[in-house]
Design a protein around this ligand. Structure first.
Ligand code: ATP
Length: 516
């Protein structure tokens, strides 16, 4: 790289392999009428990976935000290695060795990887970039993270941004690393890399707190797990632990997945012919595709692949370089985005707070924005009733006046779903259940299946291969610039899907090269 050498001071990475026991005692935190943490106590032994499990809104993020200084607690004590410490800001937390990787990494996308790596270091403006670059490379190599220091962060996948943030926190001397739902939205191989890094750090004596609602992740990675429900600790168990026991603790009852009935009808909802898509990073040819009303098509592939482009095309947000798109027998190829909306096409993006909802606006204001105006004025009374109805119907834990950024991840997704028009001809969903607890996942799919029964065709992306297998009628696999033909789900297994995403397409893509 071309290192700028006019930064005179060097910084060095504190490579202290030190242990730290973390104890949270009787933590209480209330937001208005919500008691988010109600007398919560948690002990994380040095050198261990401790899971924090709970349904959406259980209070997990609040607890770890208290620990990492992003939220001030109302009551309770924090002990590090038996000594009480005061953490009131994220800087206080870093100073005592506690760092948190957020669900959406707190980075600066317009800046380079190296610039982001330097954020938070004292005197970082005057840092010797050559030295910083070497430190970055050394640390990245230690964890097998293939990151390019000169790449802009805006070009990275969520998984790569997480890796960068972990390196940055470690370089700041963090000894307790909090991972807040880190496997949401990353690829299977990035998850493996993340787990290997967490295990390596625990082996060095660092303590890891792993916040999740994925039982298989907790069972695969953690030594112990604490389960929260309604702001309280309801269990503290050794891992491995049977899934049924964890589910019962999380929800107070057993859960059964919905059976997907055959919803495919004869009428055609969507037709794609000889479509080519390209951005400055990727060019893909999409196989000719006919989607029937009520049918579910799953798009599998690594994050940042062509599957997202295909959804954007069908939503009218991206124009194809060639080919035609027809919805309900109407040629939409040259149509504008708003014409896609009036054609009954709904799009639900993965990044809820960036693309789906508007920070600073309440649930009620979102409902009002979605409601066609009756004359010049907004009908605040009528839209309030609609908001209350949506909150009840979609079981959203929030009030009409709650700002969307204050909702838990699961409740943001419920709000996004509540805002989708009914009926729809075509529903495009990026990661429909990302960040949701198991009960919410089942609930979301119940809603989606009901839409299919009403004739809506669904195309969705997911990095959860079990979800793709369970709910799709047919699957299209994206691997780099190679795209498979649509495959009947009965012909697939999760293993086969994983191999195809990894590039072993076999006969399924050869057919495609004939058809394109
Ligand atoms: N800043 C805030 N203002 C108001 N209420 C909040 C705020 N942050 C969290 N809450 C509420 O506190 C409760 C606990 O939320 P928290 O985010 O801690 O849950 P969680 O277990 O992390 O959920 P998820 O898994 O969905 O992220 C929820 O009811 C949430 O709406």
């Amino acid at each position: 790289m071309k290192a700028k050498s006019f930064y005179p001071l060097a910084f060095s990475i504190p490579f202290v392999a030190s242990a730290m026991k973390v104890e949270l005692q009787n933590i209480c935190k209330r937001f208005g009428t919500v008691q988010a943490n109600d007398d919560v106590s948690l002990t994380v032994e040095a050198g261990s990976i401790h899971g924090l499990l709970g349904e959406n809104g259980a209070g997990k993020s609040t607890l770890v935000k208290v620990l990492s200084g992003f939220i001030t607690r109302d009551r309770g004590t924090l002990l590090l290695d038996g000594r009480p410490v005061e953490v009131k800001t994220p800087a206080d937390a870093i100073a005592v060795g506690i760092g948190m990787l957020h669900q959406d990494p707190l980075d600066f996308p317009p800046l380079s990887v190296l610039d982001n790596f330097l954020v938070g270091k004292s005197g970082s403006l005057f840092t010797n970039r050559r030295q910083a670059f070497r430190d970055f490379q050394r640390l990245a190599a230690q964890f097998n993270f293939a990151l390019n220091a000169n790449e802009k962060v805006s070009n990275l996948t969520v998984g790569e941004r997480q890796q960068l943030e972990i390196l940055r926190l470690l370089s700041l001397g963090v000894k307790t690393l909090i991972l807040d739902e880190p496997t949401t939205g990353i690829s299977a191989s990035q998850k493996d890399e993340l787990f290997a890094a967490a295990e390596q750090l625990a082996a060095q004596g660092k303590s890891i707190i792993f916040v999740s609602h994925k039982l298989e992740d907790v069972n695969a990675l953690c030594d112990r797990v604490t389960v929260m429900r309604h702001g309280q600790v309801v269990g503290n168990l050794e891992i491995p632990c049977p899934d049924e026991a964890l589910v019962e603790l999380m929800f107070g009852r057993e859960l059964a997945p919905p059976v997907k009935p055959k919803t495919r009808q004869d009428a055609i909802a969507l037709e794609l012919k000889t479509i080519s898509l390209s951005t400055d990073r990727l060019s893909v040819k999409i196989p000719d595709l006919t989607v029937h009303q009520g049918e579910v098509i799953g798009l599998a592939g690594l994050e940042g692949g062509g599957q997202q482009l295909l959804l954007l095309l069908c939503a009218g947000l991206l124009k194809a370089s060639s080919g035609t798109i027809r919805v309900n027998d109407v040629d939409m190829t040259a149509k504008l985005y708003r014409e896609y909306l009036t054609a009954g096409i709904g799009y639900s993006p993965a990044d809820r707070l960036r693309d789906g909802l508007i920070r600073g606006l309440s649930i009620h204001e979102h409902v009002a924005l979605r409601t066609p105006p009756n004359g010049f004025f907004v009908d605040w009374k009528g839209t309030l009733e609609k908001a209350l109805h949506a909150i009840a119907l979609f079981n959203i834990r929030g009030k009409p006046q709650t700002h969307v950024e204050r909702l838990s991840g699961g409740n943001q997704q419920r709000t996004q779903l509540a805002l989708l028009p009914v009926p729809l001809n075509l529903l495009l969903m990026e990661h429909p259940t990302r960040g949701l607890d198991i009960e919410s996942v089942l609930w979301v799919w119940q809603q989606l299946i009901a839409r299919c029964e009403g004739g809506t065709a669904i195309i969705f992306t997911s990095s959860d291969l079990d979800e793709i297998m369970q709910y799709s009628d047919r699957v299209i696999v994206f691997s780099g610039d190679v795209v498979s033909e649509p495959i009947d789900v009965a012909e697939l297994t999760v293993d086969r899907l994983g191999q195809m995403i990894g590039g072993k397409m076999g006969a399924q893509s050869q057919k495609l090269s004939v058809s394109t």
